[in-house]
Design a protein around this ligand. Sequence first.
Ligand code: ZN
Length: 462
Amino acid sequence: MLKQVFATLSMLLLVSAAPAQEGPRQLKPGWNLFSKDQDIQLGKEAAAQVEQQMAVIQNQELTAYVRRIGDKLAAAPEAGGFPYTFKVVNDKSINAFALPGGPAFVHTGLLTAADNEAQVAGVLAHEISHVALRHGTNQASKANLIQLPALLAGGLLGKSGSMLGQLSQLGIGLGANSVLLKFSRNAERDADLLGTRLMAAAGYNPIEMARFFEKLEAEGGSRGPQFLSDHPNPGNRVKAVEAEIRYLPQRSYTTGDGTAFTRVRKLVAALPPPPARPAAQAGGTAAGGTTAGGTAAGAPALPDLRPSRGVREYRGAGYTFSYPDNWQVVSEAQAPTVTVAPRAGLVQGGDGTAIGAGLVAGFQTGRGDLRTDTTELVRQMISSNPGMQVASTKDARVDGQPALLVTLQTKSPFAGETEIDTMAAVERPGGLFYLVLIAPRSALANLQPAYNAILGSIRFTK
Ligand code: ZN
């Protein structure tokens, strides 16, 4: 059964990887387990989450400006007829993103960074193209073809708010490096191509789209804007757009409405600073809270373990992942395993530091068989953590690779708490890669989105 699924997928991937012929390329959405309606529902739920978590601007004039540009671009038949919406987020970072099925958001920082209206249109055209070509759910489909079919067939449509939640449990959420929002270079190339056509149809000079991306690239350096980390440069953007324009009917292009653009930049400059995000109060609720009555002597009470929304990237030997930026890399750089944890997640005990929340990642030498090696690793973990037991083992995918997801339970170093450990294991050339996410059960609800994002962010680099 499993083998058959894989055979089907690789066949479909081969088809989509066929070489480009001469002439304008046909752009069509790739293989997808989601239906178009499921794209739309997922996007609606995700947009509701964005509206709760980000400073979406209510300023009519500003929103209307972006909507006017977006609607013009989305009117082209090639935009796929999705119910597009366009909103502005009060955030100085240079970013924009679109959710499956149509909701698009532009940061004020991007409006400030653009040189003209056509460059704003370029970003929107590029984002609309990702939606129209259904890149987010295409990537999600490829990332989790084991559990998704059953989940998507399970009659989720109609149950409001249920889809994103269930997908998040498979690591397909909105966190950093989400498969829904971080695109491959091939997807980028296609979004540039379709974006060129949408811009041309709306009368904007398509070159401005490529120029803006190249400008960000040139200014960004290694710590470039978030936009570029989610939309990696497929290379030669200006040349590719120029080549595509040659296939389009000749017409004169503009850089947009200069007066309106200047006015909008003034509006942005006059905005109040974005409201402070609810910062994670590390240890806030548990300041000095080691005196919880009636619990085991010495075990601290559960601190506030809410992760921050910002992320940092950890680069290990052969792998990378992102983690909340209020966590710290605890172990030494040369250690074979790495521990990354919030300060409040570390518990000082008689026999060293216990990790009550956070993660441990590393390699274990084995025989090269995922199931055998994972079983052996779990056996070792149980033997060094008396009382630990396996709750479940599931097939999964990590960075597109077959993986096992093992959930274990044990006693937490926090008073009265059960610890839930979720381990992802993947065979790599260097041995069995594993990453264990550690959480006290009572804090799991707060940690789960960040933990799903960490699992979804794992990338193998060799
Ligand atoms: Zn992109």
